[in-house]
Design a protein around this ligand. Structure first.
Ligand SMILES: C[C@@](CO)(OP(=O)(O)O)[C@H](O)COP(=O)(O)OP(=O)(O)OC[C@H]1O[C@@H](n2ccc(N)nc2=O)[C@H](O)[C@@H]1O
Ligand SMILES: Nc1ncnc2c1ncn2[C@@H]1O[C@H](COP(=O)(O)OP(=O)(O)O)[C@@H](O)[C@H]1O
Length: 283
């Protein structure tokens, strides 16, 4: 196969417990990540050199894009003296806590392996993924998983397909590194509800899922970033479960059905025209 087009799906964190800082500067986490339908589109073709075109939306060009690093490391690991031509249609908001760059990098690893007839095993791809970023192994494995360690220790969890979601991203960016540092500075720790969330997903129990939503970053970031607190307030009036995803600044709200999701998204976008809003579903 000389060319392939794939979807690079965004993720949401249904739970995100942040543990202590480790000696390597990273933090152990306990998080249920779920892929969602919202995705970037990536076309990867065999070529003599490495090229990247951003054909839609906004993302770093060339070497600053994680896709470039993923492609370079794939070619080196597979001992290929060839290149790859990559076209990105960027649709996932960024940065947002939705793992867009990680999803793109994982998609490049999988697509490049297809294009060059599987020179690397799944374990070799996972090891390349772990070297690219904490969320990349999950994006490579996909579905729904409990992610521990810094995200690389994954246990598959029963996904809940088709939960209707409204995604809202206020017009601010949060630095992931700064968000982790903020957690170190705060003494409050919410209890870890990840076990409970696994049970909620297995039972498809929306009340238990709603009660188990938890993101440690909210505690430290909301008092610091007015716009995040404002987004939380704007979402609270719909009476549906919602939460910030990852280190922000996007939120997800779980609607009863797609019709309600569209109504909520329209209402928010009318009142906050600078905010990104989208309707999607869990994958
Ligand atoms: C917070 C989470 C939750 O899913 O997602 P996002 O908000 O980025 O989507 C992840 O842990 C983000 O993973 P990822 O975005 O891949 O992080 P990286 O680029 O590897 O790390 C950026 C910086 O965040 C800090 N970091 C990251 C992961 C981790 N477990 N502990 C950390 O302390 C480190 O300071 C690191 O230098
Ligand atoms: N393919 C990519 N898509 C988006 N951002 C990318 C990509 N490659 C590198 N980046 C860089 O990564 C940063 C984090 O982006 P992103 O992965 O979307 O964040 P998050 O994980 O918080 O959703 C961006 O600000 C950008 O500089």
């Amino acid at each position: 196969m000389s060319s392939i087009t794939v979807a690079a799906h965004a993720k949401i964190n249904l739970t995100l417990y942040v543990g202590n800082k480790r000696s390597d500067g990273y933090h152990d986490i306990d998080s249920i990540m779920h892929q969602i339908v919202l995705s970037d589109e990536i076309t990867v073709s065999a070529d003599d050199s490495l090229r990247l075109t951003v054909a839609e939306g906004t993302a770093p060009a060339g070497e600053d894009n994680l896709m470039w690093t993923a492609a370079r490391r794939f070619l080196d690991a597979a001992s290929l003296t060839k290149g790859l031509s990559m076209i990105l249609k960027k649709r996932i908001p960024s940065p947002a806590g939705m793992g867009g760059g990680s999803a793109d990098a994982a998609a490049v690893l999988l697509a490049a392996n297809e294009v060059y007839d599987h020179p690397l095993s799944q374990d070799e791809l996972l090891s390349l993924a772990a070297g690219l970023g904490a969320d990349v192994p999950f994006c490579l494995a996909g579905g729904c998983a409990r992610c521990q360690g810094i995200g690389e220790k994954m246990t598959p969890v029963t996904p809940w397909h088709g939960l209707p979601l409204v995604i809202v991203r206020p017009d601010i960016s949060v630095s992931t590194g700064a968000a982790y540092a903020q957690i170190d500075a705060s003494s409050h720790k919410r209890p870890d509800t990840t076990e409970q969330m696994v049970q909620a997903l297995e039972e498809k129990n929306i009340s238990l899922l709603s009660a188990s939503l938890m993101n440690h970053f909210e505690e430290g970031l909301f008092p610091q970033e007015d716009e995040l607190a404002r987004t939380s307030e704007a979402l609270s009036r719909f009476g549906r479960p919602f939460q910030m995803t990852g280190s922000g600044s996007a939120f997800f709200l779980i609607a009863d059905d797609l019709k309600e999701a569209r109504h909520i998204a329209e209402t928010i976008s009318r009142e906050h025209s600078a905010w990104y809003t989208a309707v999607t579903e869990t994958l």
